[in-house]
Design a protein around this ligand. Structure first.
Ligand code: NAD
Length: 254
């Protein structure tokens, strides 16, 4: 029996391959979950869902802009209409715009906040409502970053949003603990996905130096994050709430 057998789950930002959302959706399906996987890129996420189904998993794709409350309502009513509940939510969709403070525009700032932080509020609020109504608990995993824990140059808005996600998660964990609804933040270090490909292409030498400085001497794999999300959504994580789970090859332990 799979570690998520019969659980109804939603993973956002799942179109990118390699990406944390697609790896998480795949891992959840391998462990028996019913997976809804969503993204702004509707065609991309349909390909991810189709490939999971081809491997024998249960996956449904939906186009979903996580900054749109109407989209959140549509996704949640599709899931609840079909299954009557939601057991696990991974708020994964995110963007990274890295630039020095003087070069940040207000529009850059607002977009980062909207996609990386407001979306987590929209999703968490809706998931908590369903989980409370059903009364069987649940698990919400919010993707933060090591940039939400320690200072990283060029990351002003990204880090502010990810730090916000960390504290928001702890607060909602306290509000929901009695209902056995668990809320945790997940803090990846440098993981080899399309998000990192942008930095790798923009500044190849600087990128190599940053990777070499990681204690384990390499980037993480999307599956390393997917496995932590799996643990948190599975019953193995049943007594973990309000925690910040760091998966970074030792980067923030230095
Ligand atoms: P990625 O760029 O590979 O994939 C992100 C996905 O989010 C894309 O498919 C994109 O289309 C989607 N997305 C962007 N805006 C959206 C919106 N408004 N609505 C719906 N979907 C949207 O990124 P990734 O590396 O897989 O990162 C996933 C999450 O993990 C992000 O929150 C990111 O900040 C976080 N993270 C990543 C790393 C890393 O090293 N890769 C490190 C720390 C944290």
């Amino acid at each position: 029996m799979g570690r998520l057998e019969g659980k109804i789950t939603l993973v956002t930002g799942g179109a990118s391959v390699p990406g944390l959302g697609s790896a998480t959706a795949r891992r959840f399906a391998e462990e028996g979950a019913v997976v809804y996987v969503t993204d702004l890129d509707g065609e991309g996420v349909e390909k991810v869902a189709a490939s999971i189904r081809d491997s024998g998993g249960s996956a449904t794709a939906m186009r979903h802009d996580v900054t749109s409350e109407a989209d959140w309502d549509a996704v949640m009513s599709a899931i609840v209409g079909e299954h009557g509940r939601l057991d696990g939510l991974v708020n994964n969709a995110g963007i990274a715009v890295l630039r020095p403070i003087e070069a940040f525009t207000t529009a850059d700032w607002e977009k980062q906040m909207r996609v990386n932080m407001d979306s987590v509020f929209f999703g968490t609020q809706r998931a908590v409502k369903v989980m409370r109504e059903v009364g069987k608990g649940g698990s919400i995993v919010n993707l933060s970053s090591t940039a939400g824990l320690v200072g990283v140059p060029m990351c002003g808005a990204y880090a502010a949003a990810k730090g916000g996600v960390r504290m928001f998660s702890k607060t909602i964990a306290m509000e929901c603990a009695r209902d056995q609804i668990r809320v945790n933040s997940l803090h990846p270090g440098m993981i080899d996905t399309n998000m990192q490909n942008v930095a790798r292409t923009d500044n190849p030498d600087g990128f190599k130096e940053i990777v070499a400085a990681i204690p384990m001497g390499r980037m993480g794999l999307p599956e390393d994050i997917a496995n932590m999300a799996l643990f948190l959504v599975s019953d193995e994580g049943n007594y973990i709430t309000g925690a910040e789970l760091v998966v970074d090859g030792g980067a923030t332990a230095q």
